[in-house]
Design a protein around this ligand. Structure first.
Ligand code: FES
Length: 246
């Protein structure tokens, strides 16, 4: 029987960091848009959740159905996605099983890039080939990669579910510490009292309250030091849960 560690390509005595690192890599490879398939994507995800939950590896069912991306998440959210998306075709092409599983779809897929890394390489937010350059540079997964956002999940929550430490402070739309630039796709915010209309027109969104409303997005995070945003930042130490190094 295949163990969840086999699925992630790591030894059974791998520590937590190794598990997270392997998951980030494997989930990128397994994504339908990156040469994988929906079935493989879900298998990788099940393996990660199985290990993270501390379950007995011998009880892992690599081909289980009904607990896929649209199912229960690690934080207890339920249900299929409310947002329509266009991934049913990919699911139908890649899933061997017919029936209910074919109806499942991935949530919005976000290709992300760390602005500090882009800056260090002389890349600009306005570069049309920004993400192509990031892909070609083979950056580490905490700097560039893809993640899938679940139902009722904000961008920041999704990033944290993957183990990333994107910047934030208030988590309530009151500062700009969590700002991201949406280069492609759309992220809606229920309310924002800090971003100007001009910033929003430039694609700036607050990841702590922003939820994707399109299937595919390209997002640059870590932009909080951009002119106009820096002065909206709050000292992270004001917030108990803020990043210690922010
Ligand atoms: S963390 Fe303050 S607005 Fe998002």
């Amino acid at each position: 029987m295949e163990s969840p560690y086999d699925v992630l390509g790591i030894d059974a005595d791998a520590d937590e960091d190794d598990v997270v690192r392997a998951y980030r890599e494997r989930v990128k490879e397994a994504h339908p848009d990156h040469g994988g398939s929906l079935a493989e994507f879900k298998r990788v995800r099940r393996a990660y959740e199985h290990i993270s939950a501390g379950r007995d590896p011998s009880t892992f069912e690599s081909d289980a159905t009904g607990d896929g991306v649209g199912g229960r998440s690690g934080d207890g959210r339920e249900g299929g996605r409310g947002r329509g998306n266009g991934r049913a075709d990919a699911a139908n092409e890649s899933d061997e099983d017919e029936g209910a599983e074919d109806e499942e779809t991935l949530g919005p897929t976000v290709e992300y890039l760390d602005y500090e890394v882009a800056q260090a390489r002389g890349w600009e937010l306005t570069d049309e080939d920004l993400f192509e350059k990031a892909e070609a540079a083979d950056l580490p997964v905490d700097s560039h990669g893809i993640l899938v956002v679940e139902e009722r999940e904000t961008l920041l929550e999704a990033a944290e579910r993957y183990g990333f430490a994107w910047p934030y402070a208030c988590r309530g739309g009151a500062c700009a510490n969590c700002a991201v630039a949406v280069v492609e796709g759309e992220v809606e915010m229920p309310v924002s009292t800090v971003l100007t209309d001009e910033m929003k027109e430039r694609g700036v969104r607050l990841s702590c309250i922003g939820e994707p409303v399109t299937d595919d997005l390209k997002v640059v995070f870590n932009i909080e030091h951009l002119p106009g945003l820096a002065e909206l930042r709050l000292p992270a130490e004001q917030f108990e849960s803020a990043r210690a190094d922010d």
